[in-house]
Design a protein around this ligand. Structure first.
Ligand code: SF4
Length: 477
């Protein structure tokens, strides 16, 4: 009798402790679910100061890079903005059209922009990394993509041994011919945009994505010899519940892509306008419910052999991204996490951002304005930012945190003066067990990794001067 009573007491105690832990976890998620940057750059775009960055200033910033890094290597990003229909969750710079007559003039303009760069630079760039993003690169006919690549490859050098060429593909319009032509030019990586396989979620985001189309593009690419295939998924979408994400992960695991990006849906309707207003706010999973979608996906992916890489990314152990994470050579730029680190990235196409390490420059955001300026023989820069000495130091710390989940403050550094204030801003994260400080080193704990953006915010000098993050950034969870 006494044993039975004790068993019941232990059982009730275990339930109470579990409920307490769950409640505590939910409270922490709510506490840290605040608006904050994703840190693809520092300073972040809303805080760039050079609204009228000139072509001359931008080219000078590229020259500073060459002097400091003594390298002609660049990463080249090309933005191909067209899509046939609007996915209502989308935060990209895109143009929706079914008129394929736009392809030719757009490719002509991108090539013209590239040639303008070549005429302004006093060196011959070596392309170490080339990425086609969008929009939908596979909106373009294979023959137009081929014309773009011939135009690029005829005028420049592609690092023959160590280059990495990649593109984003929409499974619904990626043909064998697309894959073949790009493969023949040296592309070995592609990302298939999927988002979610649940029919209810697909309807809510206006993106009907049959598994068979993904399977077909994936298998053709695999057989052709693409060595790294990534599937892009999104958590936190409207009407997405635990069973939807479980179904999506289950379908994804049938194909075992080398990499999986599991992006957090960024709800920023005040920036992206009507597209993101195509569903009700109440259809969106909030704080702890949204976090549970990520946690469950992570659990299923890790069980299947994937390693978590940086923020929102997973890779199989053989993939370069996993290896780079382990060897601490992972890098992050506007294209996301990358294994090929160049200190200079040139972005071509409407809305593209370029990064000379010492400065950022963004292109015109409408196809018309972009084309008009390029056709006048000028670089279509609308704004940018030239980094101060302090910006450069903070940028390095944020990059270390985002890639390696730790950073060390140099005793001699300018940041040393800010260290007390940074520690102060980290105090909540330290008290909650998410961050540890060991002398000059700031380390995110295993439990703290989901809150890496919050940790970076403690370093961000611009955020700390402002109270109006609400309308600038999506929430961190
Ligand atoms: S998600 Fe991709 S295909 Fe859909 S509108 Fe955005 S860029 Fe276009």
């Amino acid at each position: 009798m006494i044993f039975e009573l004790m068993n019941i007491i232990f059982y009730l105690l275990a339930i109470a402790l579990t409920l307490y832990a769950m409640n505590n976890k939910n409270l922490l998620i709510q506490k840290y679910n605040v608006p904050g940057p994703r840190y693809t750059s520092y300073p972040t775009v809303p805080f760039w100061k050079n609204d009228e960055l000139t072509q001359k200033e931008w080219i000078e910033s590229i020259n500073v890079n060459r002097k400091v890094f003594k390298s002609d290597e660049i990463s080249l990003y090309i933005h191909l903005p067209y899509c046939e229909s609007l996915c209502t969750f989308c935060g990209c710079h895109k143009r929706i059209t079914k008129n394929h007559a736009v392809e030719k003039p757009y490719i002509d303009t991108v090539l013209k922009e590239w040639n303008t760069y070549l005429s302004l630079l006093d060196f011959q760039p070596i392309i170490k990394e080339l990425h086609f993003g969008g929009g939908t690169p596979t909106f373009f006919k294979p023959s137009e993509l081929k014309r773009l690549l011939i135009g690029l490859f005829n005028t420049t050098i592609i690092d023959p041994d160590k280059h990495e060429l990649s593109f984003e593909a929409h499974p619904n319009n990626t043909t064998e011919e697309h894959l073949r032509i790009l493969y023949d030019f040296g592309f070995r990586r592609l990302s298939l945009g999927i988002q979610d396989y649940s029919p209810i979620v697909q309807q809510a985001i206006n993106r009907i994505q049959p598994f068979e189309n993904v399977q077909k593009a994936h298998n053709i690419a695999k057989e052709m010899g693409y060595s790294s295939i990534s599937h892009d998924l999104v958590f936190g979408l409207p009407k997405q519940h635990l069973e939807d994400i479980e179904y999506t992960i289950e379908k994804t695991l049938q194909l075992m892509p080398d990499r999986i990006s599991l992006y957090s849906y960024a709800h920023v309707p005040w920036i992206k306008g009507n597209g993101q207003r195509g569903y009700d706010e109440k259809d969106l999973p909030q704080s702890e419910e949204k976090r549970a979608l990520y946690e469950r996906s992570k659990e299923l992916l890790q069980k299947a052999g994937y390693v978590e890489v940086g923020m929102d990314h997973f890779a199989l152990k053989h993939d370069e991204l996993s290896k780079a994470m382990q060897s601490k050579s992972l890098h992050r730029n506007f294209m996301g996490y990358t294994t090929k680190s160049t200190s200079m990235m040139i972005g071509l196409g409407m809305s593209s951002i370029s990064d000379s390490w010492f400065g950022f420059a963004q292109n015109e955001k409408s196809v018309e304005a972009y084309s008009e300026i390029v056709n006048q023989g000028k670089l279509p820069i609308i704004r940018g930012h030239l980094l101060s000495e302090l910006d450069l130091l903070i940028r390095r710390h944020i990059l270390d945190l985002m890639c390696h989940f730790e950073t060390t403050i140099d005793q001699e550094s300018l940041v040393q003066d800010l260290f007390p204030a940074i520690k102060n801003r980290l105090s909540e994260l330290i008290n909650d067990g998410f961050v540890i400080i060991q002398e000059q080193k700031i380390i995110l704990t295993e439990e703290g990794i989901p809150f890496v953006r919050n940790c970076c915010m403690a370093f961000d000098q611009d955020l700390n001067d402002t109270t109006s993050n609400e309308k600038m950034f999506s929430k961190t969870v």
